[in-house]
Each structure stands twice: as C-alpha cells, then as structure tokens.
Design a protein around this ligand. Structure first.
Ligand code: GLN
Length: 522
C-alpha cells in the first residue's frame, strides 16, 4: 500500500489509532524511494537498519498503550549537513566521505524523542553553497516536476523528498535561501525560522551568523507540527534564543474563534516592495503574475495591501551576503584539514597533507568561497570589504525594522524565476547567486520567512512558482496563520509527477492555474 499522499499529522493519527504501523510507513518510504531515486537522486544515504529500530520502538510504544510522541512514525529526511549518530554526514563533499558523526544534532534528538524516524540523508550543494544541488560531489538531484530541471538548492534533496511523496516532512538549512528557493522550485512549503529559534548544534556550519534549520512540508499544519518539535532553546548553541516559544498550532485557525465574523486576514497589512516595480526585467513574467494573483487572494480574504521600500536590501543585499557568507565559511571550513575528519591524503609533510586533502577534497564552488572569504578578511582589504559589508548589514536590519512599522508581512517572489534547466547556470556563478536575490536579505536581517506555492507556469510541463512572506523577528505564528488562510484557497501542495509520462499528461490537463483546487497525489 502507498502512503505517499498522507501528511505527517495523518500518519501520526493513523499510527495512534493502529490503522497502520510505523514499520509499514517506513517500508512504503523505502519502496517509493527505490523506484524514484534512479531519476531524482534526492538521497545521499538511506539508513533502513537504524530507522527500522526506531519505527519498531514507536509501534511497541503504541502496543503498550504509551504516547508515541507528536511525530510518531513520521519518516523524515535530513539534509546531509545535519548529524545523526551512526549515519554518514558528507555535506555532499568528498572531503567528508567516510566520516560518521559520533553524536546527534539537537534537531535529530528532538525529532527522535518525538517519535519521528530519520530515514535518509538528503542530497545538497556541497557545504550548502549553491542554488541548484548541482554542486553535490555525488551528482545532482532532479526536479520532480520536470526532471530536466534543477530542484533548487542547496537543500534540494530534502525538498524533492517531500515533493515526490517519499515523506511528508524533511529538514533543510537556510543561509541565504536554501529552504525557500527549493521549496519554490518544487511546489511545497518551506519555512526559514527567525535566527536563534532552532538550534544549530550538530549542523555543519557554513556561515554561522546566517545558518538556520527549518522544515519542508506539503501542508501548513505539518509546518506547525514540525516547528513545535524543533524550535527549542538549546544551551549547546550560544545563539539559541531562550525566549518562550508560542503554541504554533494556535496560529492555524484563529479566525474560526467563536464570535469572530470578520474575514480571516482582516486587519493584516501585507506589503509589496516598491523597488520591485523597477526590477520587472529581472523577475520572470510568470513569477510576477503568480505574486499578484496571491496578493489578490490576500485582499479577497480581507488583507490590506500596502507598499514599503527596501532600497538597501534589494540593491546591496547580494554583494553584502557574498562578502560575509564566504568570510565566515573560510573560517568554518578551516577545520577540514585531513587530520580530524573524513578524507586524508597520505603525505610526508603536514603542509602537503593539508594542501592535497583540501585540493582534492573540496569542489570548485567551495574553493571559490574560501578564496573570496580569505581575501575579504585579509589585512588591507578587511575594512574595504568585510567591515563595509557589516555596516550594510546593520542598515538592512534598520531598513526592515522601519518597513515593519507600516506592515505586518512583506510579500516578495521567492526566486526571480521558476526552476531552471540543469547545466544552465552551473558555469555562471553570478547568475546562480542571483537566484537568491530575494531570499538572502532575510538571513542578513535574521528574520523568519515562509515560501508557499502560489501557482504554476503555463505550458506543457507546468512548473511551480513560490511566493515568499517575510515577518518581523519571532513572527512565525503570523506566517503560519496567513499561509493557512491561503492554503484553504490554493489547496495543500501537490505531489509532483516525478517524470512519469501518464502523470504528466494528467497534470497538464488539471494543473497550471493558481487558485485551482489542488491537493493529493496525481
Ligand atoms: N545559494 C546561496 C549560497 O550559495 C544560499 C545557500 C544557503 O542558503 N545555504 O550561498
């Protein structure tokens, strides 16, 4: 039996009622992955033995009449930069091949104590540097809506696992857009939490002041469910916030409260960004169209659409990010020296060991970042680049704070285009970097943002198009409640056809329009 269209909440409900077992759900995960992996390559490592033990423990708890936990029996894919004891964590890099972490990341611990079953590790761009998953040292993943195209990145494998129906839930990490952009390209939900909400302990660091772990899901309820499990204070992460976390479920349907007659988004001010008007040339027409249709839905539901201005963030966010993120990466990646982890080149001198291991272990994009980062931090250039970028980052934070004085949420395209073709941008770093022009300001400002599927492109193979909503710090409840209102109109996210010809034909007939009734498997 296939369980691929079930949400995480439905899986948990079914397991509690003993309609099916956690082991059956896990078996269905591996069967679906087995048949689709040859064309999608979403996974770098499957862990059936460890996973089966966890699933059996959930079933045993249910049999004993115990509470099996809020994520009981839900198979989860973790991006391969998160540590799970006993499973490889390669970060899609040769330099970490063979390294098995001896400990669990905090998110792993939280998921497992909630009954979730880590079933596999997701493909990604090497060390999370990229926007297409083509920079994986172990080969690219494919977009399940059109396998000639990229799924986005860097958390492409996690996004594909959810969009292709292997699992309802996966975790990614987002340093400049790596949850939201692949969520947009794959037609699902992706949430990048406020910096400090989810612990980074056990996440292999790329740029520590920007990295944040968050969920991919096909329903808003599953986003809330997973967030309530992973958003916990953690003394092992010095940047983890100790503030009390709200009840994320309470945000799902507050408009249904007794006595509340008004439209669900009444009183919400959702902002469009003035500078986007002048950037029409850099945003694909179909992306612009989906954004406007989504905003029209917000207005129908009672929201007021206002305009704000983000001149610094949209103009200087990208150069600022590509100074600060490589600077932090050059320092974080210094630990991969051939002595402590994974790959080690057999050399007579220590310097040769460093040079040969790093020379052969890192891919070209990672080397480009290390070189850039080392350069902008070097004596004589530090003030001109690193320090200036830090000042720009401060200006961006202030700019967002000022904008939120006039609105509750900001709406932007998640990415300037739908999924591009494999190979199209791989040799053009600047164009690849531009895929994140609308997402990375959010990381620089430390804010939460959610990408949802607003609609599809037209044509023979419709491609999903995401819309991004940005909230002030700790505004996850606001994001979830707005997404839940829109989900009622747009439907839950669809499972992609995954290269299956018949499904493509059916889909061409029924998809393609924002606002059509969606949901379920096709
Ligand atoms: N694409 C951006 C980069 O390559 C963002 C990556 C990310 O969020 N991990 O840096």
């Amino acid at each position: 039996m296939s369980f691929s269209s079930l949400s995480a909440a439905e899986i948990v409900g079914g397991i509690r009622k003993r309609d099916f077992s956690a082991v059956e759900i896990l078996t269905s995960f591996y069967e679906r992955a087995e048949s689709l992996e040859p064309s999608l390559h979403a996974l770098l490592h499957r862990a059936p033995e460890i996973a089966r033990k966890h699933a059996a423990a959930v079933d045993a708890a249910v049999a004993r009449g115990e509470d099996p936990g809020p994520l009981a029996g839900v198979p989860v894919v973790l991006k391969d930069n998160m540590c799970v004891r006993g499973m490889p964590a390669t970060c899609a890099s040769r330099i970490l091949e063979g390294w098995i972490p001896p400990y669990d990341a905090t998110v792993t611990e939280l998921l497992e104590t909630s009954g979730a079953v880590v079933a596999a590790k997701g493909n990604m761009d090497e060390f999370a540097m990229g926007s297409s998953t083509e920079f994986s040292a172990f080969g690219p993943a494919s977009n399940p809506w059109d396998t000639e195209r990229v799924p986005g990145g860097s958390s492409g494998g996690s996004a594909v696992s959810v969009a292709a129906g292997y699992t309802p839930l996966a975790l990614g990490s987002d340093t400049g857009g790596s949850i939201r952009q692949p969520a947009s390209f794959c037609g699902i939900y992706g949430l990048k939490p406020t910096y400090g909400l989810v612990s980074r302990w056990g996440l292999v660091a790329f740029a520590s002041s920007l990295d944040q772990i968050g969920p991919f899901a096909r329903t808003v309820e599953d986003l809330a469910l997973s967030l309530s499990v992973i958003a916990r204070p953690d003394p092992r992460d010095a940047t983890s916030s100790r503030r009390e976390r709200p009840d994320y479920f309470a945000s799902l349907a507050p408009w249904k409260a007794p006595g509340r007659e008004s439209a669900p988004l009444a009183g919400k001010r959702i902002a469009v960004v003035k500078e986007l008007r002048n950037r029409k040339d850099s945003v694909a027409a179909e992306v612009d169209d989906v954004l406007h249709k989504t905003l029209a839905l917000c207005r129908e539901e009672g929201a007021e659409i206002v305009e704000i201005s983000l001149p610094v963030s949209l103009e200087f966010g990208l150069p600022c990010y590509y100074i600060l993120a490589p600077a932090e990466a050059s320092s974080n990646l210094a630990r991969f020296d051939g002595v402590r982890y994974g790959l080690s080149s057999d050399q007579k001198s220590l310097i040769d060991l460093y040079l040969k291991t790093r020379g052969s272990g890192f891919g070209n994009e990672v080397k480009r970042r290390i070189l850039t980062g080392t350069y902008v931090l070097s004596s004589g250039y530090y003030d001109a680049y690193y320090l200036t970028a830090q000042k720009v980052r401060q200006l961006m934070k202030k700019e967002f704070a000022a904008a939120f004085a006039g609105c509750d949420l900001i709406a932007l395209p998640t990415a300037p285009s739908p999924a591009f073709r494999k190979g199209e941008l791989v040799n053009d770093p600047i164009q690849m970097y531009l895929a994140d022009v609308f997402t990375l300001p959010v990381n620089l400002a430390g804010l939460p943002a959610l990408s949802l599927n607003g609609g599809f492109t037209s044509g023979e193979k419709p491609l999903p198009v995401g819309v991004q909503f940005i909230a002030p710090k700790w505004g996850e409840p606001e994001l979830l409640s707005t997404a839940a209102v829109l989900e009622k109109k747009l439907g839950t996210a669809k499972i992609a056809p995954c290269g299956c010809a018949k499904a493509s034909a059916d889909r061409a007939a029924d998809a393609g329009i924002a606002g059509s009734e969606r949901g379920g498997e096709i």
